[in-house]
Design a protein around this ligand. Structure first.
Ligand code: THU
Length: 152
């Protein structure tokens, strides 16, 4: 783990926490249901109270109802009454072998905008043992639309 792990990007997240999130996201690849794309994705979502909610992508023969790993994790958490989040880790790749960064799709970024502070919420992308990049939501969703825009 080297790239972008300096204090400017890791922020207040502890290195141990980041490593646990990466391990947890990787574990979720085993549960990914991706018979159509064979692109498996796992996510680990860190809540404000320290709990980690997991997610995997879940595809569908009708394609459109497919759900990304990130949204699976968010919807699991919100459906259990949790709405305060610190970070999400995303891993994935063809056949469940992560060989590059998997950035969240636009729909998942919008779901993050609903529940997360763009200034502080961290998006951790990782693959292998050494490759990790950490972004703030505001950097992946510049000029994003969120709940506050409905009540300016
Ligand atoms: N996918 C995710 O689960 N998260 C991402 O960040 C990118 C894409 C899924 C959706 C679909 O099941 C498969 O990856 C290929 O797009």
């Amino acid at each position: 783990m080297s790239e972008s792990m300096g204090k400017n990007t890791a922020g207040e997240l502890e290195r141990d926490t980041i490593e646990e999130l990466i391990r947890t996201a990787v574990d979720q690849l085993a549960y990914s249901y991706a018979p159509y794309s064979n692109f498996k994705v796992g996510a680990a979502l860190l809540a404000g109270d320290g709990r980690i909610f997991t997610g995997c992508n879940i595809e569908n023969a009708a394609y459109t109802p497919s759900n990304c790993a990130e949204r699976t994790a968010f919807f699991k958490a919100v459906s259990e009454g949790v709405r305060d989040f610190r970070a999400i880790c995303i891993v994935g790749g063809k056949g469940g072998n992560p060989t590059g960064y998997v950035a969240p799709c636009g729909v998942c970024r919008q779901v993050m905008m609903e529940f997360c502070d763009p200034e502080t919420f961290r998006i951790i992308l990782a693959y292998g043992r050494e490759n990790c990049r950490i972004f703030r939501l505001k950097d992946l969703m510049p000029e994003g639309f969120g709940p506050g825009d409905l009540n300016p």
